[in-house]
Design a protein. Structure first.
Length: 243
């Protein structure tokens, strides 16, 4: 007697309750894809981009790191500063309240007297050193001329006789005292603006102007202050409202 009923464990046969057919794989409860395998679909629940992966370079934000539009903006030469750009006139010169970077000899000379007693604002290195040159020229002409005429006139009016005695007038030329008087007037006329110029030069390095007082007594300090590079933060000392 043939038995056509499939036996247990054979294809078509009865299986224990809940047992899958051998060779047939079904995702069991809590089963995940193979080890290291991620679902193909992006955005599945719990899925994150690869470890440390960011959309773009790591930590990249729109624009340069830490950059904010307009904040601390630097401007190209000849007017580097922290605030709005300095306006210039038709002759290319900035207003008196602003520093004149790249000033020439005549610009520095005239600007020195136009800003006679202004302690606000800044002065560029070219403004400072061209004025130092101009002041040195005037000092040599007046004060140096005084000594030159003084000694030459005394020597010309003084003679020695055959016995070695000094004869003639030893009084100096009156013109020498004229030059001395002119130098005294020049020194008095430039005393205040000289102090103001040094004050503004220190401001250009973003330092308190009162430090210039040291330069009045220590020559090396005046040289150091005059050589300090400009600091854009020194714009805090500008007073545009005073024109």
């Amino acid at each position: 007697m043939s038995n056509d009923t499939p036996q247990w464990g054979q294809p078509g046969g009865d299986q224990p309750s809940g047992q899958a057919d051998p060779g047939q794989q079904q995702p069991g409860y809590g089963q995940q894809p193979g080890y290291g395998q991620q679902p193909a679909q992006y955005g599945q629940y719990g899925q994150q981009p690869g470890y440390g992966q960011q959309p773009g370079p790591y930590g990249q934000q729109p624009g340069q790191y830490g950059q904010q539009p307009g904040y601390g903006q630097q401007y190209a030469d000849p007017y580097p500063q922290a605030g709005p750009p300095i306006p210039v006139g038709p002759d290319g010169a900035p207003p008196l309240w602003a520093p004149f970077y790249g000033a020439g000899f005549l610009d520095a000379f005239t600007r020195f007297f136009k800003k006679y007693a202004r302690f606000d604002g800044r002065a560029s290195r070219s403004e400072y050193w061209y004025w130092v040159l101009a002041n040195a020229i005037v000092t040599v002409v007046l004060f140096g001329g005084f000594y030159a005429i003084l000694f030459s006139s005394i020597a010309a009016n003084t003679q020695v006789d055959e016995y070695g005695n000094t004869v003639g007038s030893s009084a100096p030329s009156p013109f020498a005292f004229v030059l001395l008087a002119l130098y005294g007037l020049w020194w008095l006329a430039t005393l205040v603006p000289n102090l103001a110029l040094g004050w503004r030069r220190v401001h250009d390095a973003n330092l308190p102007g009162a430090l210039w007082i040291i330069g009045l007594f220590v020559s090396i300090a005046a040289i150091v202050f005059g050589c300090l590079p400009p600091n854009p933060a020194g714009a805090q000392y500008d007073r545009p409202d005073q024109a």
